[in-house]
Structures are given as C-alpha cells and as structure tokens.
Design a protein around this ligand. Structure first.
Ligand SMILES: Nc1ncnc2c1ncn2[C@@H]1O[C@H](COP(=O)(O)OP(=O)(O)OP(=O)(O)O)[C@@H](O)[C@H]1O
Length: 297
C-alpha cells in the first residue's frame, strides 16, 4: 500500500480529495462549516500551496489529507486508497508515507535531536538499532544538522528546530510532506534556508509537498501550484508557471501574478519592487550541497 504511493509516477495524481466537508461544533452547539465540498487533485512531485485569509480553512483542509481531521463526508485518496475506508492499522501504515511539519515545530523537548528523529521509526516498529541510527544520520545530513545529534531542542535556533522537524518527518521515507505554516515563526534569513531545504527535498527526493502559508513570497519561491481558499472552499487554483498576467478571480491570485511580473521585469529589483528578502530566492539560493538519495521503495 505505502509502497504503491512511493512508487507513483511523477505527474500522476497522488492526493485526491473528493467533495470533502468538515464542520466543527462551536460552543452553543452551533455548527461551523470549515471545509465546504472541496475537490482537489495534487500530482506527485508538485509543491502545492494552500493560501487564504486567516480562518479560511487552509489548515483544516490540509489536515484532512492525513486524516488528522476526519471528513464528515467525501473521500480522501492517497494513491489508490481512500483513507476514510482504511482500518486503524492500515491508516497507521499509510501515515508513514505522509510526513508533517508545523509552525511551532512540535519537537519532544526532553529528547535529543537524535531521539526526536528516531521517534517515528520506533513508532513504526523499526527495531534494528543500527538501521535506526543510519537513517537518523542520513536525515540529519539532509537538513545539514549532523553535528547537532546530541543537542536538545532548547539549545537550537528556530530554523534549526524546524530542520530537526523536517528530518523527523523524512525519517520514514514519506512520499508526501505536509507543511503547516512552516516558516511563520522564522525570520526572513532563516526562512530562506528552510525553503531551500524543502525545495531540495522536493527536487532531489521527489517528495510531494503541500504547504499552508499566508506568505505569498513563500508561495512564489517554492510552489508549482496554488489553491486559494475562501470560507472553506477552493475558489481558484492555478500553476505558478502560468504567464504572470493571466487573469485571476481572486485578489490573492492577482497579487501573486503581480509579484511574479515585478520579478520578470527586473529580476534584480528585490525591495524596489516591494518584495521581501525571501522574494529574491532563486535556484542558486536554494541549492544545498548534500546529495540526497531518492526514497527507497
Ligand atoms: N477543532 C476545532 N473546533 C472548532 N473550530 C475549529 C477547529 N479547528 C478549526 N476551527 C475553525 O475552523 C475555521 C478554519 O480554521 P483553519 O485553522 O483551518 O483556518 P486557516 O485558514 O488555516 O487559518 P489560520 O491561517 O488563521 O491558521 C476557523 O474559523 C477555526 O476557528
């Protein structure tokens, strides 16, 4: 099952949400429709951005992909499997193929960096200590933190903590990495470095990335596709490779086009075009020098 997902051909649909709805019960027993009849297809190898105003339903929509939120109705396919129909055990196995990182990193504070990264491997039943140690070292190498294996989270900077979280998410060799506002707690310089790592993981390991962000600069630097979410619905979806003056229905769509246009007119313009430091990312900025191995099937 998980191996089918890891072996999916680049460009083939990997994640499909079909008419998913999710509501929450508010105090006073009122129902709030956070995700309203959304259908979405994300291809293998994509970096897919979910953007929209605060409260639009972006995080809930993303959390439906690994069933951290279970939809009230609709189907969530990852590969050929509708996750809503899997047994608990099959769902746990499937989740090995879907890593996740968060704005606040969510590391185990009382565990070393090594043990944080080893944690999902142990949870998923890898007993061979040498195999665990090897994989932890590989993942720390990917994120450039090999020398921090014995540190505790409190001894790390925000960017380093997010890198540990990325290494932890990569340890079970996921096909998909879900990123919920991964750079919102970071300064622009650190954001650049974390985006570089994510881009490299996508390019070299072929990991499909879904990212929730409110920073258009992050979308522009990283994403290949973007969906604009408003009041629980996807109101617009487009490829970042479209010509920047393609007409858009939403304000965010137009703002993204304007960002790309400013860049196309004057690639060096940076701040002059109203862009922030990480708007100026380009391919060379994003290169990291570790050679990453593709996920093994
Ligand atoms: N567990 C919950 N119980 C009740 N309401 C919830 C719950 N989770 C989310 N909501 C509500 O659903 C709506 C969508 O929340 P969600 O976090 O998905 O939005 P978002 O677009 O990611 O917002 P932000 O950018 O502020 O994180 C919000 O109004 C939120 O208050």
């Amino acid at each position: 099952m998980g191996n089918d997902v890891r072996a999916a051909a680049p460009g083939a649909p990997l994640i499909r949400l079909q008419s998913v709805c999710k509501s929450f019960v508010l105090p006073g027993k009122q129902m709030f429709q956070a995700v309203d009849d959304v259908s979405l297809s994300i291809a293998r190898g994509e970096v897919f951005g979910l953007v929209g105003k605060s409260g639009a339903g972006k995080s809930t929509l993303m959390r439906l992909i690994n069933l951290l939120e279970r939809p009230d109705s609709g189907a969530v396919y990852v590969g050929d499997d509708d996750l809503t129909r899997l047994s608990k055990r099959a769902l746990r196995d499937m989740r090995q193929t879907i890593g996740m990182i968060f704005q606040q990193f969510n590391l185990l504070q009382n565990a070393t960096v090594f043990d944080n990264v080893a944690f999902p491997l142990k949870i998923h039943g890898v007993r061979d200590k040498d195999a665990v140690a090897r994989r932890v070292r590989e993942c720390l190498d990917i994120v450039g933190l090999s020398e921090k294996a014995d540190s505790y989270p409190a001894q790390l900077s925000g960017g380093q903590k997010q890198r540990v979280a990325i290494a932890r998410a990569l340890a079970p060799r996921p096909a998909v990495l879900l990123c919920d506002e991964p750079t919102s707690a970071l300064d622009p310089e650190t954001t650049r470095a974390v985006l570089a790592t994510l881009r490299d993981i996508n390019a070299k390991l072929g990991v499909t990335i879904v990212i929730v962000t409110h920073e258009l600069s992050v979308v522009r630097a990283l994403c290949t596709q973007v969906a604009v979410v408003e009041e629980g619905k996807v109101v617009e979806q487009f490829a970042l490779s479209d010509p920047p003056d393609t007409p858009r229905r939403t304000q965010l769509g137009r703002e993204l086009g304007a960002l790309r246009k400013a860049r196309a007119i004057d690639p060096e313009s940076g701040d002059d075009a109203g862009l922030t430091a990480h708007d100026r990312l380009d391919a060379s900025d994003l290169a990291v020098d570790t050679e990453l191995e593709p996920p093994r099937v």
